[in-house]
Write a protein that binds this ligand. Structure first.
Ligand code: AMP
Ligand code: ZN
Length: 115
């Protein structure tokens, strides 16, 4: 049983790539929740935020450099966008390879949470 996002990074599972460097990979979410909905993943498999640590803090800077590239490439950087990490079961995480959702392409992303 492999990891879906590791398989996507390795090209074993197809994806619509937006950006890639030696540390991160970004691709279109298969079930977009906004006109622009991209997932940014680190090439090092990390399950969730709990599995990160101070000595691997570069994971976050790498991911957010990827977010900035994605925002630039998809044309949402200037207007603004929303970034979400669903962490753990109660946080709505369903894929156990930590990832950042980048959502945008609208004038207003609406309320932060569904009531
Ligand atoms: P999360 O709930 O934060 O774990 O989000 C997982 C996200 O992965 C969801 O938004 C799914 O639509 C998305 N997803 C699942 N499978 C794929 C896939 N093969 N390619 C792209 N996105 C996917
Ligand atoms: Zn993985």
């Amino acid at each position: 049983m492999g990891c879906l996002f590791c398989n996507i990074i390795e090209g074993k599972t197809p994806s619509k790539k937006v950006f890639e460097n030696d540390r991160v990979y970004a691709f279109h979410d298969i079930n977009p929740q906004a006109p622009v909905h991209i997932l940014v993943v680190h090439k090092t498999h990390t399950k969730d935020i709990e599995e990160t640590s101070a000595d691997r803090a570069h994971i976050f800077s790498d991911l957010f450099e990827g977010v900035k590239e994605v925002a630039k490439l998809t044309g949402i950087a200037e207007k603004g966008y929303r970034v979400i990490i669903n962490n753990g079961p109660a946080g709505g995480q369903i894929i156990w390879h930590m990832h950042v959702h980048v959502l945008g392409g609208k004038d207003n992303m609406g309320p932060m949470m569904a009531k």
